[in-house]
Write a protein that binds this ligand. Structure first.
Ligand code: GDP
Ligand code: IMO
Ligand code: MG
Length: 435
């Protein structure tokens, strides 16, 4: 059974948690393949609202196996806390597993993330301070500590010792801060290892087995395309491959396992942290309206999200890189009440239309101008509408324009945070993929 992939197409927080939860109903596996606890994926079912950081968003269904895959970086302290929080609201986590090849985020990674950001001053990235960048740095530098390492006391002892000797040089000599204690971290992590050991699996073989047994697998992206380390707005990005290509490297499956590439975008756009955002709304009243109506505050750091208009020029680029064949649009309800809604259709530099999405930050920072088309609003509450035909005329015009610009079918439109608030637009494709 070919697998499905869900990825964010903007700068994150498109509603991946909500939609993964919805699609997980008809999946046997939900797998995270990159990122770490920098993610915040929200789920809202009846009166229960909760946020997942490392646990895949299929966890609400007891029959769904949730795997934190090899390409994810795992902060065990944060994961254990998350498991306890989820259990405390009555959700069973016995089907949550972690890959033995996943790398561990250590306390010094969190510190180094923070120290580096502080030292960068106004050139900082605005990271989540969760230590994600430094964990991936160690992985690439071939000195990371993996889940399987902390299951073996002797190996963990040696690797931790080597790492701490090295990291303390950086911490004390470059950042002029207090060294970290080997003993404390060693003892702390030995406790975590005991607690997490029963959940550790060989995820690669498990996923391959599941595939050959015709199980339905859904890969859940974290962060989003424009934060991708290779193809995002570098250097204002995260440190993993957030695009669909990341599924293969982050879970050990070949591209031939994958079939449906579902991209998710908000009906407008947001960004947390610094970096280019050509459609950012400068008008304080308007951005305030969207932030408050859309509750646009970071699910992980609680920072106010920057708000902007839908940017189809960047979305086209995202769809291209990800090979998107189906689109999901979320938070359309947030735009109800607006008189006029803007959509960015191209970028210009000194009046000249840009043929491609820029690769260099300097172009973004100094010169990119977003060019808009105006659409009349619909000024009607749509959050209780479940059939596409019942949407107001202007709302359908907005949706049709997105489809024709991107030359893609919209599978589903989300009109509220609650699990049930959806309009399945392309019913035949939806039920073909998820039944
Ligand atoms: P993720 O990181 O992509 O999973 O997204 P987040 O959970 O960080 O942010 C999305 C926010 O929007 C959450 O608070 C969701 O509950 C909420 N949300 C998701 N879909 C909709 C929708 O269609 N309408 C509204 N109003 N809120 C939504
Ligand atoms: P979800 O999965 C939005 C942003 C940070 C910062 C940049 C780098 O909920 O969509 P990092 O801590 O990863 O080194 O920070 O990436 N960022 C996110 N923004 N949603 C996320 O995850 C994000 N994860 C990281 O704000 O700008
Ligand atoms: Mg989020």
């Amino acid at each position: 059974m070919p697998s499905n992939v869900l990825v964010g197409l903007q700068w994150g927080d498109e509603g991946k948690g909500k939609i993964t939860d919805l699609l997980a109903k008809n999946s046997n596996y939900v797998i995270r393949y990159q990122g770490g606890n920098n993610s915040g994926h929200s789920i809202h079912i009846n009166n229960r609202y909760f946020i997942l950081h490392l646990i895949p968003s299929g966890v609400v269904y007891p029959s769904v196996k949730c795997i934190i895959g090899p390409g994810v970086v795992i902060d065990p302290k944060s994961l254990i806390q998350e498991i306890q929080d989820i259990e405390s609201i009555g959700i069973n986590t016995s089907q949550v597993f972690l890959a033995k090849r996943a790398h561990l985020t250590m306390p010094y990674h969190r510190l180094l993330d923070k120290y580096k950001e502080e030292s960068l001053g106004n050139k900082s990235i605005g990271t989540t301070h969760r230590g994600i960048g430094p964990t991936y740095e160690d992985k690439i530098a071939r000195m990371g500590i993996r889940v399987l390492d902390f299951l073996n006391q002797k190996i963990f002892y040696r690797k931790l010792k080597e790492n701490i000797d090295y990291k303390n040089q950086i911490i004390t000599k470059i950042y002029k801060r207090k060294p970290v204690s080997f003993k404390e971290i060693y003892e702390e992590y030995m406790e975590y290892a005991k607690e997490l050991h029963p959940r550790v699996i060989d995820a690669v073989h498990e996923i391959h087995r599941a595939f050959h047994e015709e199980k339905k697998i859904l890969f859940e992206g974290a962060q989003a395309m424009l934060l991708d380390i290779n193809y995002g707005t570098y250097p204002y990005v995260t440190t993993s491959s957030t695009s669909t290509g990341g599924v293969c490297v982050g879970s050990g499956v070949p591209p031939t396992f994958l079939k449906n590439f579902i991209g998710i975008a908000k009906a407008y756009c947001t960004r947390v942290g610094y970096g280019p955002f050509p459609t950012e709304i400068k008008n304080k009243e308007m951005s305030h309206f969207i932030r408050e109506k859309g509750k646009e505050y970071g699910a992980t750091t609680k920072r106010p999200r920057r708000c902007g208009w839908l940017d189809l020029f960047s979305l086209k680029y995202s769809c291209m890189i990800n090979g998107i064949n189906y689109l999901i649009i979320t938070k359309l309800d947030v735009l109800s009440q607006l008189e006029t809604i803007k959509i960015c259709v191209e970028y210009r530099i000194h009046g000249k239309v840009l043929p491609n999405f820029p690769a260099n930050i300097e172009l973004f920072e100094e010169k990119v101008e977003a060019i808009y088309m105006d659409f009349p609003g619909w000024k009607q509450n749509i959050s209780q509408i479940y059939e596409y035909e019942e949407l107001p005329k202007n709302c359908k015009k907005y949706i049709n324009f997105i489809e024709s610009y991107l030359n893609l079918n919209i599978l589903l439109i989300s009109v509220g945070s609650e699990r049930s608030q959806n309009i399945i637009k392309d019913k035949s494709s939806f039920f073909k993929i998820f039944s």
